[in-house]
Design a protein around this ligand. Sequence first.
Ligand code: 2AM
Ligand code: CA
Length: 256
Amino acid sequence: MTEVLEFTQNLGDELLVKRKGLKSQNIEHKGLHDLVTNLDKYSEKKLVDFLGELVPKSGFIAEEGTSTKLGKEYNWIIDPIDGTTNFVHGLPCFAISIALQQKNKTILGLVHEMNLRESFYAYEGGEAYLNGNLIQVSKTKDLNQSLIATGFPYSDYGKTDPYLEVFKEIMQKSRGLRRLGSAATDLVYVAAGRFEAFYEYGLSPWDVAAGGYILQKAGGLVTEFSGKEDYIFGKTLIASNNFVYDELKEIINKYF
Ligand code: 2AM
Ligand code: CA
């Protein structure tokens, strides 16, 4: 864990410096509103080289496709920059997200939010930590006293109407809604008790694998909208401190 932590913190610091030299010719569109920079690719290459060497014969599920080789026993699920739109626009919330799976079971998760230099992590046999200190989900039981995070639809616009219905209802029944723009960070903020819950659809494994695991280790509950457990590949996600889960799921399931 220590080696991965140190490597990722240094990479985060390097990306923050390199970001200042980012030019429009370094930014490409993967889809209509889907940005990728040369620094996403640079970060992923560095991570793949380092992590591949750290665990020999390990494979990768990585956003920018630097390596698509799957390992028989160990696989890393990585997002080199989660929150690329924030990164491009200079908004301070973006993270490196790294999970390690052994035979499809997650055994390590790390989300490093670069701007505040906050590393959230957990591993088998340990608990959940933020920069070395134990973290736990909030104990708030009432949605009325809860701060909820979400992500807006950015590609599958066909479900925009049900999404907005959920948004309207939670707006009225919670303390407030926030949209950070980095799902990995949203998840670990629930783990650290800053948010009571987070929900979004259209997410990918690299956005949620590490954060979801850290949240579980901090006492939280994370499922698909349906309640099924496969939030990593399931594309819909309700993450919570446990206590407000039922109320939130009920609202989401009225429309989804
Ligand atoms: P990304 O920056 O790695 O792409 C926003 O809540 C979440 O959706 C982020 O984790 C973000 O991860 C992901 N996402 C994927 N594609 C996106 C897009 N085109 N616009 C905004 N967010 C996107
Ligand atoms: Ca990314």
